[in-house]
Design a binder for this molecule. Structure first.
Ligand SMILES: Cc1ncc(COP(=O)(O)O)c(C=O)c1O
Length: 561
């Protein structure tokens, strides 16, 4: 067990060295300390690109990827190993972070998480490589990830998929160029247009009123966007698709990537919710398997790395990888967390160990859960019936509708949480979404099923349930009129205008009600009557208005134009 108290810290290994070394001696000695360990020691890199491992000279390529699956299983995750070795060295540390390898860690936090996270929270020491010009364990770890996920190059991200999406769009779209993207793209795609100066060409996703859920993008929608741009003598610089969506809806990326490539245009996929795709015969293929040029995955969402750690994968070679590197360097911290980076390496290793079977149990549990819940009268299980023009849905996303019981998703969630200790991933007006993953146990599935059974037992099915959101009939994106591109609107001077007086003004903020999480107004768009009606409608129904400086919508920030 780890000690919880900072006073009982075992720092004895820090005290055992002479205190009169020069820096040069110090550096070479620290590598001597770890000579027996089978790690790559970038500090021992020779001028000719070879490394010393176990006192043998081998080339970097020998080290990077083992082509034998058995050897890959046996070799420890390179960045995890490097971090371990570095933390174990007996050193006097005069570097950041100020908690000094845990010696000055705040006790309120060590009581919670122990000392080890602090001991391993190291800066960019020579033996730990550099995220922005990797040539040691980070490069090794990224290459092993590239091999596993089938990319030509993989970048580890410490700013989540948010920064990967921004980098992907900045690397493909220059100021004034067009980006084809769904209207319900994650906010990171909108901020990417602010950063890059790209102009949006929106695809309006299909929307299901019963579930209050938006679908993905179809091939014909992308084709239509190409045509509309061509009619104006314009061309897209990139196409951006979210697949799977939060609810697990997968687009036909095989078709979309073929279409994009026939126009010589790169396909970027926001695969934040799909890092596990392709790792089970019944899981849909991943974006890279379907021909995407760039895919950004939140490794921390479905796989097991730490929150905020993601990967950006490149397929093929039509995107300039050096430009991606420059964009990532612009967007990410110059002090990336090695805990986050090592967690990506560890999550990759965990998956590599038995990539063919690792999701068997989770898939089985998801199947059982759906089967059992479908038999409970009064609830609905979300499937592709509502979006029949999409090829697949992620089996590990479980969305349950409660409107037949007269309950909104919020009400059902409150009961499940309060009475049964069931915590979901996403709540909507009509439904709740549960994420099933490698940590899901049969116990928890049973608890979920019995919680839902209990809920249906105490809330008799009614007709025309009150939980259902009664829209005024307009969709969240019925009427889009852009007056300025997002970047210009972002930098324009702004004022706050009372809601009653903002009709016709140019919106200065992104206003996005959850659910369904589709921005109704994006900076630079004219505030129309339909947009206002919809916003007030969903606000009155209890939707949370995100992005607006006044979430109650008594006022809206507009551009001074
Ligand atoms: C579709 C989608 N894209 C991107 C993101 C951003 O991912 P991250 O939290 O890893 O930055 C999210 C986050 O929920 C998301 O749902």
């Amino acid at each position: 067990m780890l000690s919880c108290s900072s006073t009982s810290l075992d720092h004895s290994f820090h005290l055992s060295f002479s205190n009169n070394w020069s820096l040069g001696t110090f550096r070479s000695s620290r590598f001597c300390h770890s000579e027996e360990r089978s790690i790559i020691k970038p500090g021992n890199k020779q001028d000719n690109g070879t490394f010393v491992v176990h006192n043998k000279f081998i080339t970097k390529d020998d080290l990077l990827i083992s082509h034998s699956p058995i050897a890959q299983q046996d070799s420890p995750p390179p960045l995890v190993s490097a971090l371990k070795a570095s933390a174990e060295q007996s050193v006097a540390s005069f570097h950041f972070p100020g908690h000094n390898r845990g010696r000055a860690a705040p006790s309120s936090l060590t009581q919670l998480i122990g000392l080890r996270p602090f001991v391993h929270d190291l800066p960019e020491l020579p033996e730990l490589d550099n995220l922005f010009s990797p040539e040691g364990p980070i490069l090794d770890a990224q290459r092993q990830a590239a091999k596993l996920f089938g990319s030509s190059e993989t970048w580890f991200l410490v700013g989540g998929t948010t920064c990967g999406v921004q980098a992907a769009i900045m690397a493909t779209c220059s100021p004034g160029e067009f980006l084809i993207l769904p209207r319900n793209s994650h906010i990171s795609a909108i901020s990417a247009m602010v950063l890059s100066g790209a102009q949006p060409k929106y695809i309006v996703p299909q929307y299901d009123f019963e579930w209050d859920i938006a679908g993905g993008a179809t091939t014909s929608q992308v084709e239509q966007a190409f045509k509309e741009l061509e009619m104006e003598d314009r061309k897209a610089a990139a196409v951006f698709i979210t697949s799977p969506t939060y609810h697990g809806i997968c687009s036909n990326l095989t078709e979309i990537s073929k279409l994009c490539h026939s126009h010589g245009i790169p396909l970027i996929v926001d695969e934040a919710h799909g890092a596990h795709l392709g790792f089970h015969p019944q899981l849909p293929n991943s974006a890279l398997q379907q021909g995407a040029d760039l895919a950004v995955q939140s490794t921390h969402k479905v796989l097991c790395s730490l929150t905020q750690s993601s990967m950006l994968h490149m397929g093929g070679n039509i995107v300039d990888s050096e430009r991606i590197g420059r964009c990532l360097q612009t967007l990410q911290s110059t002090s990336p967390s090695y805990l986050l980076l090592a967690s990506l390496d560890a999550a990759r290793a965990q998956l590599s160990e038995n990539a063919d079977t690792i999701f068997n149990k989770a898939m089985q549990l998801a199947f059982e859960a759906k089967h059992l819940i479908k038999e409970i009268p009064g609830v609905s299980v979300f499937d592709l019936a509502s979006f029949s023009n999409f090829p697949a849905i992620d089996p590990l996303r479980l969305t349950i509708g409660f409107w037949q019981l007269g309950l909104s998703g919020y009400e059902a969630d409150e009961i499940l949480c309060r009475d049964h200790g069931i915590i979901c991933e996403l709540v909507g007006t009509q439904s709740i979404t549960f994420a099933i993953n490698l940590g899901t146990s049969r116990d928890h599935i049973q608890r979920l099923v019995s919680g839902i059974k209990h809920l249906t037992g105490t809330h008799a099915p009614i007709h025309g349930g009150k939980g259902r959101l009664q829209h005024s009939g307009c969709t969240p994106f019925a009427d889009i009129k852009m007056s300025m591109i997002p970047r210009d609107a972002f930098f324009a001077s702004k004022k706050k205008v009372c809601i009653a007086e903002c009709l016709g003004e140019v919106c200065g903020e992104l206003i996005c009600p959850y659910p369904p999480g589709i921005p109704v107004l994006i900076p630079g768009e004219i505030i129309t009557e339909k947009a206002l009606d919809y916003l007030l409608d969903v606000r009155n129904e209890g939707a949370v208005i995100t992005g607006a400086s006044d979430p109650l919508l008594t006022s809206i920030v507009v551009c001074n134009v």
